[in-house]
Design a protein around this ligand. Structure first.
Ligand code: UDX
Ligand code: UDX
Length: 458
């Protein structure tokens, strides 16, 4: 079959994989190839054991793989054959040199731009899918247009707003698709080509266009606003603990104001995930670069409160458990940064686990999906750690349970049975406020949560 267009995506990660699967699924007339430098990852995309877990992803991938969706390591061939190239390589926080710990590390991004330049023989539309500092497209343009081959490129920014765990739903039914372009004739033509792809399943009023810098910046700002809401409610959770106010009641009352809205007001042990911290650090770095130190300080505070929240959690555990953890067995229920994903990047559970190990606690870690990643995260840590799939088994003989991830299955556990097999006094620290605290108290547990009343027999 001849395809209408050949589309390539460089970077088969959390963003590239699901996004391309959805485009291929909704646009059978386009051929989509996803390439990656990591052969193991590509082999997994070509197997029954995909490298990432997202509800509904496997069904979609297996229905179209080999038809109009292909995974490959042949980057050169992919570039040569495609008219449209999405770039979704990772852009982690820079770990060295200027801007270390804050700026985005653009080395993979630039390397990819140079590869595109090297192998391109005809005009291409290049689409930034990775989250990038505002003005990155300019650097991309300069690299690509440095060629003497006479090959022309149009750069678009099309940030991805999907959240992990709900990626497929977010892709099928996005709040908006944002496409930024140069406002030149060829920029607008390129933009219209991308609009045409999304228009296969997204209604016109949800596809918005803007200049390329607004598009790049909007992605950073959207994540900063979401994270800011969590830090706002978490900061108030500390005040609730001092005043006997209840954070759930406060969040409910505040969120019922239509202007504020009730989403992202769930107090927790802290936000995690690959994006929030990285993108805010990036925003802060850019603001500092332009001399906007007040603006930078304002956004940096969102990250500080998140760190404070994790530290507060550990301090509360220490205080409650008689200021010593040495030799105590602690069960971590959940390790993923949120439910419905195997991803543990920046998960608050990593910090909590490391601090408990420093205090010489022995850890029993359970998670329905993320044990493999948990092992990798804690590989260098000293101390006793066991990884146990069955949560009841993991809690056996433990002094305390820390609930780290809001998996539904933890609400349904038989806590009467768990209480019987734990050391006494038995503690539960609910880092997500999802359990029924008064019921647990009646069973015999001492229950501590985030910004809610204490239930203690001590
Ligand atoms: C994405 C975005 O790209 C990032 O900017 C955003 O902020 C978060 O989401 P993600 O898909 O989560 O990143 O990253 P990851 O799962 O690490 O996938 C990136 C892939 O790119 C990896 O599989 C990596 O092997 C690949 N890669 C990296 C290349 O193919 N070429 C490179 O040069 C570098
Ligand atoms: C986020 C953005 O939501 C998404 O639009 C963007 O494309 C990528 O970054 P993601 O990191 O997958 O998505 O997860 P998200 O659902 O936003 O949760 C981030 C973290 O905040 C998780 O650790 C979650 O548990 C926490 N969270 C979320 C809270 O602590 N309280 C809340 O009310 C909501």
């Amino acid at each position: 079959m001849r395809f209408k267009k050949n589309i390539l995506c460089i970077g088969a990660g959390y963003v590239g994989g699901p996004t391309m699967a959805m485009i291929a699924f909704k646009c059978p007339e386009y051929k989509i190839t996803v390439v990656d430098i990591n052969p193991k990852r590509i082999a997994e995309w070509n197997s029954d054991n995909l490298p990432i877990y997202e509800p509904g992803l496997f069904e979609i991938v297996s229905s179209i793989r080999g038809k109009n969706l292909f995974f490959s390591t042949d980057i050169e061939k992919g570039i040569k054959e495609s008219e449209i190239i999405f770039v979704s390589v990772n852009t982690p926080v820079k770990e060295f040199g200027l801007g270390a710990g804050m700026a985005a590390d653009l080395q993979y991004w630039e390397k990819t731009a140079r590869q595109i330049l090297k192998f391109s023989q005809s005009h291409k539309i290049i689409i930034e899918k990775s989250t990038l500092p505002v003005k990155t497209a300019q650097a991309m343009e300069r690299i690509l247009h440095s060629n003497k081959k006479g090959v022309d490129f149009d750069i678009l920014s099309n940030p991805e707003f999907l959240a992990e765990g709900s990626a497929m739903d977010d892709l099928i039914n996005p709040d908006r698709v944002l496409i930024g372009s140069r406002e030149t004739e060829s920029g607008i033509k390129a933009r219209d080509e991308l609009v045409e792809i999304y228009a296969n399943w997204v209604s016109g009023e949800r596809i918005i266009t803007s200049n390329i810098w607004s598009s790049e910046l909007s992605k950073l700002v959207a994540n900063a606003f979401l994270a800011q809401r969590i830090s706002s409610i978490n900061s108030i959770s500390a005040l609730c603990e001092k005043t006997d106010a209840n954070i759930k009641e406060v969040a409910n009352a505040v969120g019922m104001d239509k202007r504020i809205g009730n989403k992202f007001l769930q107090a927790s042990v802290g936000f995690g995930g690959s994006c929030f911290k990285k993108d805010i650090l990036n925003l802060v770095y850019i603001c500092r670069h332009y001399g906007l130190s007040e603006v930078a300080d304002y956004w940096e505070q969102v990250i500080r409160i998140n760190q404070y929240q994790k530290e507060r959690f550990i301090l509360k555990m220490m205080e409650t458990m008689f200021n010593t953890m040495a030799g105590k067995k602690i069960c971590l229920l959940g390790f993923a940064f949120k439910a419905e994903t195997s991803d543990t990047r920046e998960s608050p559970a990593i910090f909590i686990a490391q601090k408990l190990l420093e205090e010489k606690a022995e850890l029993r870690i359970s998670d329905p999906r993320a044990l493999g990643n948990a092992k990798a995260d804690l590989a260098g840590s000293k101390g006793v750690i066991e990884y146990i799939s069955d949560p009841v088994e993991a809690a056996k003989g433990c002094h305390a349970i820390c609930l780290m991830t809001e998996w539904e299955l933890y609400k349904e556990l038989d806590f009467k049975k768990i209480y019987k097999i734990m050391e006494k006094p038995a503690f539960i620290f609910d880092g997500r406020n999802i359990l029924n605290h008064s019921e647990l108290f009646d069973i015999g547990f001492n229950v501590f949560s985030i910004g809610m009343p204490l239930f203690t027999h001590l």
